[in-house]
Design a protein around this ligand. Structure first.
Ligand code: SF4
Length: 300
């Protein structure tokens, strides 16, 4: 970093905690490919990206079964693996095997949109296509790994989202952006939709009834859904999921018949099964409120 680096340009890249977690999860998935998916979900809970956790596990299994335990280096073969699309396949091929391929991710998308003055929204089909074409034009035949690393660093350190440091930019003379701060453009965000979901808190002694999630948190365990409510909620919390603002209301459970998706768990088991964070927080708060410390599961 030059000694004259302006203050506004000295933002250090943040530690890629989530990326490290995902990479760690990936490696673990490969090692655990023969173990049940439940283990993978339990170590992943609270991090979000649950579909990725499922895909990583399927991916690990397929690498073992179809590719003899070795990650293929062909981008088309990589794309045949669950959860691996164009970006991930090319990123693996570039960074693991130094192949000359384009990459478009958040930092490079910003740099490319400015270098080529791309005014189409970068989250639109035409905008994405322009970015990939621009990246393909620039990537060298040799040294693509260093080139793509440099593009990411340029975006993270100099061509930043706010106040890009054009005065010290090493590619300034190639840059076509007439108003860098206005790029990249994005489509308008989807309107936030508010919804309320009702669940019940049903316990018996030191056990609690849970239900296997079907959609949003598929494979995890949550408080059972209910369709009707006859009393005031005993717990209320809000959380966001994609463009939804969800109000979780929990009511005291009644003695309906169990469905095939429902199961009783002891307090001790709760720490070993995957539970979505809003539901885990609700369970802990309700146990604390009802029975005092000592009986409730630990916060994770
Ligand atoms: S000159 Fe400015 S806008 Fe262009 S790539 Fe460099 S930092 Fe980004």
């Amino acid at each position: 970093m030059p000694s004259s680096f302006p203050k506004s340009c000295s933002s250090k890249p943040r530690p890629p905690l989530l990326s490290l977690t995902i990479i760690g999860g990936c490696a673990a998935s490969l090692l655990r490919a023969r173990l049940p998916l439940r283990l993978n979900r339990t170590s992943w809970q609270g991090l979000g990206y649950y579909t990725r956790a499922r895909n990583l596990h399927r991916c690990g299994k397929m690498i073992v079964e179809k590719f003899g335990g070795r990650l293929p280096n062909d981008p088309d073969e990589l794309k045949s693996l669950p959860g691996i699309g164009l970006y991930t396949a090319n990123a693996i091929a570039v960074f693991a095997f130094d192949q000359s391929l384009p990459i478009v991710e958040a930092n490079t998308a910003r740099v490319l949109s400015r270098l080529f003055n791309i005014r189409a929204p970068i989250d639109s089909t035409s905008g994405r296509q322009k970015l990939w074409e621009a990246s393909a034009k620039l990537v060298p035949q040799k040294g693509a790994r260093d080139f793509q690393n440099a593009m990411m660093d340029l975006g993270a350190l100099i061509c930043t989202a706010h106040n890009p440091c054009c005065q010290i930019c090493p590619v300034k003379k190639f840059c076509r952006a007439d108003n860098p701060a206005s790029l990249p453009r994005k489509r308008k965000r989807a309107r936030t939709i508010s919804i309320t979901e009702w669940h019940c808190f049903r316990t018996s002694g030191r056990t609690i009834l849970l239900e296997r999630c079907r959609q949003r948190w598929r494979g995890m365990w949550m408080l059972p859904k209910i369709q009707q409510r006859n009393s005031a909620p005993i717990h209320r919390a809000q959380f966001s999921f994609t463009h939804h603002r969800i109000t979780l209301e929990v009511f005291r459970g009644r003695s309906n018949r169990l469905t095939t998706r429902q199961r009783w768990f002891s307090c001790h088991q709760l720490n070993r099964i995957p539970i979505p964070s809003p539901h885990r927080r609700a369970i802990i708060d309700l146990f604390i409120a009802e029975r005092g410390a000592g009986l409730h599961p630990q916060r994770s």
